[in-house]
Design a protein around this ligand. Structure first.
Ligand code: FEO
Length: 395
């Protein structure tokens, strides 16, 4: 691990996890990830903000020691998940004088997750300021980005916001800063989709609070640092805001090509009208790309054949994911086919109860799609196009 200096008194200790393929055995990491901690050397006190994944604890402590620290006064825990808190015990073993500071919720989670005694933690309050001498840290509680304990820490007078998971990206990179904005946007969007999107109302509330701050730099605990904060703040406002973009996402699969013929027909009708579409075959679903596609899409159409009277299990899996992520789509629909009978739409629809969308008329074909099915798909395409018309201008 190498240490980079962000400011004369601020150091980044970023552990790059180049090879990690999955987070939580669930979230794909096409470009690995990093776990970033930050050290602040004030004129009187020294504080460490978060730590790194416990698998990298040894290197992390060595990096701290190479900085020539003779003592560490505080370990600030912005968030108790172990990819950031898991090396606290190793740091305490090297710097036993350090006091761990966390909010009450975070403390409870740390006590449980690290099996440490409750008495060893100091509590921080919302908007509380901690002096380090010539600099100070101000704590802002920002629950549900993405756990109930989430806190961000603001360093003054350098105006650096340490956000932990909030506004981060799963990206292992040698770049300290988010200079390659196209690459970082892709990674940050996928990260937002998988981690933050279910809590977008909280995201918007916290973004609103941050408008009162003069932020010079945003330093998250995954991915590179934002030296141009407006880049990520503007993206987050767009992603978490209520207004979707005209785009139709179609998770689908087919067993005997009936459903795939219906999907192809519907996509053609929409593309003819220049509406953006993105199908996803869910049999080998890339859940990261799929989640990312849901961030701004206006319309979701689930297309499945019937298996045992319901949706194919691969479709149920995709629906479960979409439902859990709570995208802001305003319209949704179900199409598909069956052999001897079906309750597929009735069985699939309850799996999507979190969608706050208007449901369009389903189109279900008996066997291969016939003229009346294509006519029904024409009507569905018309309804989708209507739903994606620009709102009329008001006087
Ligand atoms: Fe990166 Fe919620 O931990």
């Amino acid at each position: 691990m190498i240490v980079r200096q962000l400011k004369p008194n601020v150091y980044s200790l970023a552990a790059q996890d180049w090879d990690r393929k999955l987070f939580d055995e669930l979230v794909p990491l096409p470009e690995g990830t990093s776990y970033n901690a930050y050290l602040i050397k004030g004129s009187e006190k020294t504080a460490l903000i978060d730590t790194v994944h416990p698998s990298m604890a040894e290197d992390f402590v060595l990096a701290l020691q190479k900085l020539g620290l003779t003592r560490l006064d505080y370990i600030i825990s912005n968030h108790a998940e172990l990819d950031h808190a898991g090396s606290i015990p190793a740091v305490l073993a090297a710097f036993p004088e350090a006091k761990v500071l966390a909010n009450a919720k975070c403390r409870s989670l740390l006590v449980a997750g690290l099996n440490l005694p409750r008495e060893m933690f100091g509590l921080i309050q919302d908007n509380h300021t901690l002096s380090l001498g010539d600099t100070s840290l101000r704590f802002m509680w920002m629950p549900w980005v993405h756990w109930p304990d989430s806190t961000v820490t603001y360093l003054e007078p350098d105006n650096i916001l340490f956000t932990c998971d909030f506004m981060g990206s799963h990206l292992a990179t040698s770049d300290v800063f988010a200079d390659d904005e196209a690459r970082v946007e892709r990674a940050a969007r996928m990260y937002y989709a998988e981690i933050m999107m279910p809590y977008r109302k909280h995201v918007m509330r916290h973004l609103e609070r941050l408008t009162a701050e003069n932020i010079a730099m945003i330093a998250p605990s995954h991915g590179p640092v934002y030296a141009r904060p407006a880049f990520i703040l503007d993206l987050y406002r767009r992603w978490a805001g209520d207004t979707p973009r005209p785009e139709v996402i179609v998770p689908y699969l087919s067993m005997y090509e009936s459903t795939s013929k219906m999907v192809a027909y519907l996509l053609d009708r929409l593309m003819e009208q220049n509406l953006k579409v993105q199908p996803f075959n869910v049999v080998e679903l890339d859940s990261g790309r799929f989640a990312s596609s849901l961030v701004e899409a206006s319309t979701l159409i689930f297309a499945s054949p019937t298996v045992l009277d319901g949706a194919h299990p691969a479709m149920a899996n995709a629906a479960f994911l979409a439902n859990a992520l709570k995208p802001k789509a305003t319209h949704a629909g179900i199409i598909g086919s069956y052999g001897w009978g079906t309750s597929m739409p009735e069985n699939l629809r309850p799996l999507l109860n979190n969608l706050n969308a208007e449901w369009l008329e389903p189109v279900i074909a008996s066997g291969v799609p016939k003229p009346e099915d294509f006519a029904a798909l024409d009507r569905l395409a018309g309804a989708i196009l209507q739903a994606n018309q620009p709102a009329p201008a008001t006087a």
